[in-house]
Design a protein. Structure first.
Length: 321
């Protein structure tokens, strides 16, 4: 596949699709106990799906962005799978590489939340665990059409690595978000990642460096850069983010304005999806990271995960210039 198959501004996300099933209750039941809960919510999730949706929502309403976000994932043939595909289509995401299987359910995460906000979560990967390297190969044209490819660590890691490798072979810029982080992650992932985006916990697991102060965070970033990436972005929660690039000695700290935090779930995925959007429309890495930090900061002021992601019309129009 030559460069001529590239379509301007396309983002491809390879990752997990889940349905989150959240039950609210005064306290979690003991084994054998039945209790009445106060509320229930069903929401679309999965790190891959979240990043694709965050990216697509920013281009929503712009006809030139229709189909510019492309998802490679696997769902079941059950109702949750059908609804997940419908959710992608609602936001204009191309679903040609959403595979289905009748061998497992669509990924789910039943979540219990008590009055103190403590939670207990069971994640059933289901169909996500059955996405194969062969299906990555079948998605070659979709991956090759992209300017940027994003991966996380929620599906089989060998499949993720193959997607990153294939993207590199096809001249696609790779963005790797090592979440949820696995101990002893192979350096092979970093060797095929152009941009690595990760939080403090993930950075510490990967490098052994605690990122409480900026000097240590920069040290950790340089350890990661030494393994192949061009840029590392460390997201620091309320402290914003730190962008460190291979060709610059010191990092750029990007602060965020203080926000009233309501729900931080999915903020990291919002950051990655927003970064992808602004890179895909031609912004440089620093501009894209500044905008990603600002948009993710808005997401934490709203409840939910995908429902907390802004559409373009909700945001300050200055972000888009």
């Amino acid at each position: 596949v030559g460069m001529e198959s590239k379509v301007e501004g396309v983002v491809c996300v390879v990752g997990a699709t889940n349905v989150d099933l959240t039950t609210y209750i005064d306290r979690l039941p003991k084994p054998g106990e039945t209790r009445h809960g106060s509320d229930f919510q069903k929401a679309f999730g999965g790190k891959g799906a979240n990043q694709a949706i965050a990216c697509a929502k920013l281009g929503h309403g712009d006809s030139k962005r229709e189909g510019k976000v492309r998802m490679v994932t696997k769902v079941g043939t059950d109702a949750f799978g059908t609804e997940s595909i419908g959710n992608f289509k609602t936001w204009g995401i191309a679903t040609d590489s959403v595979f289905t299987t009748d061998k497992a359910p669509t990924g789910v995460a039943p979540i219990w939340v008590d009055e103190q906000g403590e939670n207990a979560i069971i994640v059933v990967s289901g169909a996500n665990a059955l996405l194969t390297k062969e299906e990555i190969e079948q998605s070659r044209d979709v991956i090759g059409s992209a300017s940027y490819l994003a991966c996380q660590l929620e599906i089989d890691s060998a499949v993720t690595l193959r997607a990153l490798e294939l993207a590199k072979e096809l001249g696609v810029t790779t963005v790797f978000n090592p979440a949820p982080m696995k101990e002893g992650l192979s350096d092979n992932f970093l060797a095929v990642s152009d941009i690595v985006c990760l939080n403090e916990t993930e950075t510490e697991l990967l490098t052994g460096v605690n990122c409480e102060n900026e000097k240590d965070a920069e040290k950790a970033a340089h350890q990661i850069l030494a393994k192949g990436p061009k840029h590392v972005i460390l997201t620091l929660g309320a402290r914003g983010c730190l962008l460190v690039s291979r060709d610059t000695e010191s990092g750029i700290h990007i602060p965020v304005s203080k926000a009233k935090v309501v729900d931080t779930s999915g903020a990291g995925d919002c950051f990655v999806g927003t970064l992808l959007y602004f890179l895909s429309i031609g912004k440089d890495i620093e501009s894209a990271a500044r905008r990603a930090a600002a948009v993710a900061a808005v997401s934490v002021t709203k409840k939910g995960t995908q429902s907390s992601y802004s559409v373009r019309a909700d945001l300050d129009s200055a972000l888009f210039h």
